[in-house]
Design a protein around this ligand. Sequence first.
Ligand SMILES: [Zn+2]
Length: 245
Amino acid sequence: MLIFCGNKILLRDKNYSFDDDGYISNFEVINRSSDLPEAWQNLTSWVNVRDIKTLPEGTELTGLRELWHIAGDKAFSEASGALQFASWFRNVHYCSHCGGKIKPRKNDFGRECESCGAVFYAPISPAVITAVENNGKLLLAHNTAWPDDRYRPGERLEEAVEREINEEVNISVKNIKYFGSQTWPFPNSLMLGFTAEYESGCIAPDGGEISKAGFFTPDEINNMNIPDKASIARKLIDSFLAKHN
Ligand SMILES: [Zn+2]
């Protein structure tokens, strides 16, 4: 059972999972997954608690990035899934069509309106992130990484990759390939990583989202401040560096 206070997770002696149900009596519970229908019990269980005025001894509230540092990939992905469900149950209570109350469904992980029957699922916002290579160099923006680029409804993912790169740095790319994905609960992104090769154009940062950008060699990148190992951005960079070692 994971205990969330807003977007923070409670740790006790650096442990993020609580076995004893009794421990929760220390807190004021808003809602909890154990009250949901049976099918939901297959998911990681969670409890939303109200602001904790005094933390019990040995406990701390921490963000999910910090949790990754403490407990690694598996814990991060478990907690990020649970947090996205927990946030949805903490923040959303009514139907966006008619204002009726929504209740959890019995046969899937959705919720439906008690009045009009509309069905809802936990929101996920896809975002694309792409490592662009050019003759053994890697495109980095802000000298560090890339922004996560919002997917637009109706686009193929490859189109989102092409459009975003073109908008941000004014170049065209080819050989777009899927790399991998990562759930990124800040608040509910699904990061879709791609690799691509430079095709044409001169790098011209858009000046807004991207202030500086360029292609860098592995040696140059090794001397930069690169993103946290928890991020897919870093996994893309590491994969590039491994290939060019
Ligand atoms: Zn409704």
